[in-house]
Write a protein that binds this ligand. Structure first.
Ligand SMILES: [Fe+2]
Length: 251
């Protein structure tokens, strides 16, 4: 039989993993409501991974002849200040999960349950990876930013139309580079800050509430303006509007 103390703790972990899934799913839904399907998709995948974690604990309890007991989940948060805030919350949450896993490891040692300990090692490694991923998640592509007068900062579906606007501005002789964010958090703070000292302006075409432009502004710290190009009410941007903003900023 599976030790009662460990069984209770493992059941608690099933709840915690499902709680994580619930939180990430709530974030996915909120991101979708902000017209950020790329980020929402990423959160959905995280949610699925958490369900998979819960099932690993479920199977282990069963295999050991224990009994899985499910308990109530809390209602997750429904709204976030910004996508960045939501992504920051995932890291905070993962850190909490890591400490729960470590408590289980301590318990397995105290109870001299070597099988449970071996099982938990997978999660110990997994948590290291999850937190490291969050640190290395700064991912972006850069194009012609060296020597540029203006740098476009784009994310998601605005990248394509921004590229068209960029080409129109280049035809008018403007040196315009581009940073395409692959993820929004953590933000490429260092790079934006470096460029801010060298360029005339950042141009940020956004289809949502201008969260990215605020981040660019924060990183540029007044050394270069961050100019928002919002779409003309509903659809996507016009490349001409983006080109115009670039040309104006380059003067
Ligand atoms: Fe997990």
């Amino acid at each position: 039989m599976f030790d009662k103390k460990l069984q209770d703790a493992f059941n608690g972990q099933i709840n915690a993993e499902l709680q994580s899934a619930y939180l990430y799913l709530a974030m996915a839904s909120w991101l979708d409501s902000q017209s950020l399907p790329g980020m929402a998709g990423w959160m959905r995948m995280q949610a699925q991974e958490e369900v998979m974690h819960a099932m690993k604990f479920y199977d282990f309890v069963q295999e050991r002849g224990g009994r899985v007991i499910l308990t109530a989940l809390e209602t997750p948060q429904a709204e976030w200040e910004s996508p960045l805030k939501a992504f920051e919350d995932t890291l905070t949450h993962e850190r909490k999960v890591t400490s729960l896993i470590h408590n289980l490891v301590d318990l397995s040692i105290a109870e001299k349950d070597h099988a449970a300990n071996a099982f938990l090692q997978w999660f110990v490694t997994e948590q290291v990876e999850e937190e490291a991923n969050a640190d290395q998640i700064v991912r972006f592509e850069e194009d012609d930013t060296d020597g540029a007068d203006v740098v476009l900062v784009t994310y998601g579906i605005t990248a394509r139309v921004a590229q068209m606007g960029r080409e129109l501005a280049q035809e008018q002789g403007v040196k315009v580079g581009m940073i395409r964010l692959i993820v929004v958090w953590p933000f490429p703070e260092k790079r934006i800050s470096e460029l801010a000292g060298k360029i005339k302006a950042f141009i940020v075409p956004e289809i949502n509430y201008g969260q990215i432009v605020l981040e660019v502004e924060r990183c540029a710290a007044g050394r270069a303006p961050a100019i928002l190009v919002s779409h003309g009410g509903g659809g996507v941007h016009e490349p001409e509007a983006i080109a115009e903003a670039i040309v104006r900023a380059a003067k």
